[in-house]
Ligand binder design. Structure first.
Ligand code: DOR
Ligand code: ZN
Length: 354
C-alpha cells in the first residue's frame, strides 16, 4: 500500500475580480483588505463611507488609503466608484471619468441601506449626471431596492425595478447599468430581458441561502444583508441563470464587514462578511450544483468583459480540502463574524498570504 496522501482535486482559475465590495476605512480597511487581495486582482469598491465618497477628489484620496493599507508584497487594484446624490452634477462626472481611476457611479436610493442617507431621493435629480455618464460610457451601479417603508421588505427589489429601474434603462438607452446583488426572480428576469448593456452581480449569500437562514433556530443577524435574502424560488432563479452561463451575471461578493456588536444588537446592521472565503464559497456552491465548469467565466471573464477591462492573466489554485472558518476575525478594536463562522468550507485557497 502506498503511504502517499490521497491526491486532492485542484481547480486552477484565472485570478478573479470582485465587482462589488465594501472595504471601509482605517483599521477596518486594514483588517479586511488582505482577504480580498489574496483572492482577487481587482475590486469595484463601494463608496458608502461616512461621509460618502461623493467627489473625484474623495475617491482618489480613498484609493490612496486603500493602496496604503495593502500589506507589502500583495498586489491589488481598487476600482473606485462615486456615490451619487441629488446634487451630483455633470462636471463631477466629467472629472470622475477624466481621473481614469473611477469605473462607475453608485445609485443608492436615499434610506435604502447602510449609509444611504445622502443618496438619491428622486432619480429625476440625476438627469445631468446620467446623461453625462451615458455619453462618457461610465456605468451606473444600482442598489435596486425601493426605500419606501410601505413596500414589503421582500418586494423592494421587484418594486424598484418596475417603478424606477425599468423606465431609467429605457430613458438612457446607451447607459450601461449593473443591478447589484440581484436577489429575486423578478431581478433575474429583468436583467435577462433587458436591452444590451444591462448586467447584474451575484453574491455568495444570495446563491447559497434563502430567508430561512435568517431564522434557523433563532434570529441570525449574521445572515442579514440588503437586499434581504429571499425565498427558495428566488434563490433557484439565481442559481439557474448562473447554471445557464449567461454573461450578464457575474461575481460581486458585496462583502460588507460590520463589528460583531453592531450586528448582534436590537437594531442590527445589514451586511455579510464573506471576503475571507469568497471564491471558495462560490466554488463550493457551483460544485454542489454540478456547474463547476461555469465558475471560470462567472468569476473571471464576464465581469472584465462588461467593464471593458482586460481579463487577468495570473492564476489562483483552489484545493478540495475542508477547512474550519474561525468564529471571528480581529477587526480593529472589535471582532468580525464571517460567513460560515465555526463551520467548514470544502474548498481552500492554495496560497494564503503569510
Ligand atoms: O447588506 C448590505 N450591507 N447591503 C448594502 O447595501 C450595504 C452594505 C454595507 O455597506 O454594510
Ligand atoms: Zn454593497
Amino acid at each position: 500500500m502506498s503511504s502517499l496522501p490521497p491526491r486532492r482535486a485542484q481547480l486552477l482559475l484565472r485570478r478573479p475580480d470582485d465587482w462589488h465590495l465594501h472595504l471601509r476605512d482605517g483599521a477596518a480597511l486594514r483588517a479586511v483588505l488582505p482577504f480580498t487581495a489574496a483572492r482577487f486582482a481587482r475590486a469595484i469598491v463601494m463608496p458608502n463611507l461616512a461621509p460618502p465618497v461623493t467627489s473625484t477628489a474623495l475617491a482618489l484620496a480613498y484609493r490612496e488609503r486603500i493602496l496604503g493599507a495593502l500589506p507589502a508584497g500583495m498586489r491589488f487594484q481598487p476600482l473606485m466608484t462615486l456615490y451619487l446624490t441629488d446634487h451630483t452634477n455633470a462636471a463631477e462626472i466629467e472629472r470622475a471619468h477624466a481621473s481614469g481611476a473611477i469605473y462607475g457611479c453608485k445609485l443608492y436610493p436615499a434610506g435604502a441601506t447602510t449609509h444611504s442617507d445622502a443618496g438619491v431621493t428622486d432619480v429625476a435629480h440625476l438627469a445631468p449626471a446620467l446623461e453625462t455618464m451615458m455619453r462618457l460610457d461610465l456605468p451606473l451601479l444600482v442598489h435596486g431596492e425601493a426605500s419606501d417603508a410601505r413596500v414589503d421588505v421582500f418586494e423592494r427589489e421587484a418594486h424598484f425595478i418596475e417603478h424606477i429601474l425599468a423606465p431609467l434603462v429605457e430613458r438612457y438607452p446607451r447607459l450601461r447599468v449593473v443591478l447589484e446583488h440581484v436577489s429575486s426572480t423578478a431581478g433575474v428576469q429583468f436583467v435577462c430581458a433587458a436591452r444590451p448593456g444591462v448586467a447584474a452581480t451575484i453574491t455568495p449569500q444570495h446563491l447559497m441561502l434563502n430567508r430561512n437562514a435568517l431564522f434557523s433556530g433563532g434570529l441570525r443577524p449574521h445572515h442579514y444583508c440588503l437586499p434581504v435574502l429571499k425565498g427558495e424560488r428566488d434563490r433557484r432563479s439565481i442559481v439557474e441563470v448562473v447554471a445557464g452561463g449567461n454573461p450578464r451575471f457575474f461575481l460581486g461578493t458585496d462583502s460588507a464587514p460590520h463589528a460583531r456588536h453592531s450586528k448582534e444588537s436590537a437594531c442590527g446592521c445589514a451586511g455579510i462578511f464573506s471576503a475571507h472565503a469568497a471564491i471558495e464559497l462560490y466554488a463550493e456552491l457551483f460544485e454542489a450544483e454540478g456547474i463547476l465548469s461555469r465558475l471560470p467565466a462567472f468569476a473571471s471573464e464576464f465581469g472584465p468583459d462588461f467593464y471593458r477591462l482586460a481579463r487577468n492573466s495570473e492564476q489562483i489554485t483552489l484545493v478540495k480540502e475542508a477547512w474550519s472558518v474561525p468564529s471571528a476575525y480581529a477587526f480593529g478594536e472589535a471582532e468580525l463574524v464571517p460567513l460560515r463562522a465555526g463551520e467548514t468550507i470544502s474548498w481552500r485557497l492554495a496560497s494564503e498570504p503569510a
